[in-house]
Ligand binder design. Structure first.
Ligand code: GSH
Length: 256
């Protein structure tokens, strides 16, 4: 079908809806958001963490509307317009917001060049290893594939956890590696309920860090009701989702 996730709930719900309502007036930063999307939540969390003035606009990225493709030819959320100019890709956007709003804490990248580079290594590890394994575990259908994906995920999360300075990844401040991971931490109830996943499987350090991250105010404020999210995740669990991410996992290709 042309609209793989056609019966997606049209807007944020619960606490996230209040956050949306508080960000309706025009600002120089427009956030084109999909309430359900974990990549999208990364950017939303930074906007909230730094208290950046932004205008929230909901978009259904599956509809691939012409006006949206003009902003982001990949047709994905998150997308922003800053002073009328479009940008996209969640990791790029997180770094962009740090550059533009450097005076607003938390500083999501360390100042020290060595520490900054180290953060980028573990951001890359998150994109290359943690997120793909997470989605394989969610989506693959045979026990064998799921067992393999679960082991891959534990291993990738354990490696990252060995590098945590504490309490957050890079030390005292909530930062880039934390924000890149937390949307999947706050959705891991799906894996715990349906895929025999547990945080401790990746070690005590990982579990402690994950427990801390999901309590962050900015995370809570950008999280919609679980029942609305589960409508979407049920399709992934059944192997019938047709998003770009779902197709990539099925075809064994890198994520979009
Ligand atoms: N690499 C992108 C990023 O990090 O921003 C991935 C974003 C992404 O996959 N967004 C999904 C989307 O817009 C929603 S979670 N999908 C539209 C589609 O699959 O057609």
């Amino acid at each position: 079908s042309t609209f793989p996730d056609h019966n997606i709930h049209p807007e944020a719900t619960g606490i996230a809806k209040k956050t949306v309502d508080a960000h309706q007036k025009p600002e120089e930063l427009v956030f084109w958001s999909g309430w359900f999307c974990p990549f999208n939540q990364r950017v939303w969390i930074i906007l909230e963490e730094k208290g950046i003035p932004y205008q929230y606009k909901e978009v259904n990225p599956y509809a691939k509307e012409e006006s949206f493709l003009k902003l982001n030819p990949r047709g994905l959320v998150p997308t922003i317009e800053y002073q009328g100019k479009p940008l996209y890709e969640s990791t790029v956007l997180c770094e962009f917001l740090e550059d533009v709003y450097l005076d607003r804490p938390p500083h999501v990248l360390p100042k020290d060049p060595y520490e900054k580079a180290r953060v980028r290594i573990w951001a890359d590890h998150t994109s290359k290893h943690i997120i793909p394994a997470w989605h394989r575990l969610l989506q693959l259908q045979t026990k064998e594939d799921q067992d393999k994906a679960r082991q891959d995920l534990y291993e990738a999360q354990r490696k990252l956890a060995e590098e945590i300075k504490g309490p957050y990844f890079a030390g005292e401040e909530f930062g880039l590696v934390d924000v890149l991971n937390v949307p999947w931490v706050s959705r891991d109830h799906v894996l715990r309920e349906y895929r025999e996943y547990k945080r401790e499987g990746a070690g005590e350090n990982y579990a402690r860090w994950a427990d801390l991250l999901e309590k962050r105010d900015s995370v809570v404020k950008t999280t919609s009701d679980k029942d609305k999210l589960m409508v979407i995740y049920d399709r992934y669990l059944a192997g019938t989702a047709n998003s770009e991410v779902a197709k990539a996992i099925r075809e064994g290709k890198p994520l979009p």
